[in-house]
Design a protein around this ligand. Structure first.
Ligand code: PBG
Length: 302
């Protein structure tokens, strides 16, 4: 009578790529997660694939950051190099790349700043270059997470013009300005140096607005849409599932991971049971795909 069944195929495993060789830095607020150099990421990706997890999403922590995010579209950048190396080693593992500027800007915002404000349209140019450089490296799916207006259309056009018509766009369509991203910002070294992300990410109080954001992204060419975070936004996942015919992804974000890790470390919760319950709930709400730092652990249990 069980209506919802998890499988390792539901998961996407996030990875943080840093420069160097043989680097595997533990992320203190995210136990069992690491910043890894390309060689280490290849080893880890092999393990991910052997567990039956079909896809990884890559985040880059570059050697140098600047106010124009130039290393975001460097053809020999960390993510571009990692995509090539992982594709070479494991051709059947699907590679998704996060397309955003916050990891590459010196100020940590997801866009280019002009006169003290995030400038939407000049950011789109850089995002398109970044997505294109990922596609050239061999990414199967690009995932814009910046929340600028019009970026999906801009990226679709740039990809098509260069012949990457088969590259899929997974848009972070309903992405909220959430406090649950705290640990990720340590992992990706991407905390904004001033202000916050509320001018481009959504207000957690808004539900109908998510449907507008998703509709716009689909109109512009998104193939898969994402709701983020997942746990406190199950209603949004369900709304998106029930209103649109495209696949829905949900991001079980860093803070959702860390709070379970912290509580279980104190002996207050049973980690495996809580993890499985939450992942099942995210799928039950309507997610076809779940991005989660628990992917390997859950796949092992399954
Ligand atoms: C980049 C990005 C963020 C996350 C994914 N892509 C951070 C943010 O918007 O500040 C968060 C993921 C997580 O918390 O696990 N914009």
């Amino acid at each position: 009578m069980r209506e919802t069944t998890l499988t390792p195929q539901d998961f996407i495993y996030p990875m943080f790529i840093v420069p160097g060789r043989g680097v595997r830095n533990p992320i203190s607020s995210m136990p069992e997660c690491f910043q890894e150099s390309v060689d280490e990421a290849v080893k880890n990706a092999k393990e991910v694939f052997s567990l039956g997890i079909p896809a990884v999403i890559l985040f880059g922590i570059p050697e140098k950051k600047d106010d124009k995010a130039t290393s975001a579209y460097d053809e020999s950048g960390v993510v571009q190099t990692a995509v090539k190396a992982i594709k070479d080693a494991i051709p059947d593992l699907i590679i998704i790349t996060d397309v955003c500027l916050c990891e590459y800007t010196s100020h940590g915002h997801c866009g280019i700043i002009k006169n003290g404000k995030i400038d939407n349209d000049s950011t789109l140019e850089v995002l398109a270059l970044e997505a294109l450089s990922h596609a050239k490296a061999g990414a199967d799916i690009v995932a814009p997470s910046d929340m600028m207006d019009g970026r999906v259309g801009k990226i679709r056009k740039a990809l098509d013009e260069e012949g990457f018509t088969d590259v899929i766009i997974l848009s972070y369509a309903a992405k909220y300005a959430s406090a649950f991203y705290g640990p990720f910002r340590e992992a990706a070294q991407s905390a904004p140096a001033f202000g916050d992300r509320r001018s481009y990410q959504m207000d957690p109080a808004n539900r109908r607005e998510a449907l507008r954001e998703v509709a716009l992204d689909i109109e512009e060419g998104a193939d898969i849409v994402m709701v983020k975070p997942a746990l406190a936004y199950l209603d949004i996942i369900s709304d998106v599932r029930n209103n649109f015919p495209v696949p829905v992804a949900a991001y079980n974000v860093s803070g959702e991971y860390s709070m379970i890790k912290a509580a279980t470390k104190l002996g207050w919760l049973n980690e495996d049971a809580v993890m499985m319950e939450i992942l099942t709930a995210i799928k039950r709400a309507g997610a076809d795909l779940i991005l989660t730092y628990f992917a390997k652990k859950a796949a092992q249990l399954l």
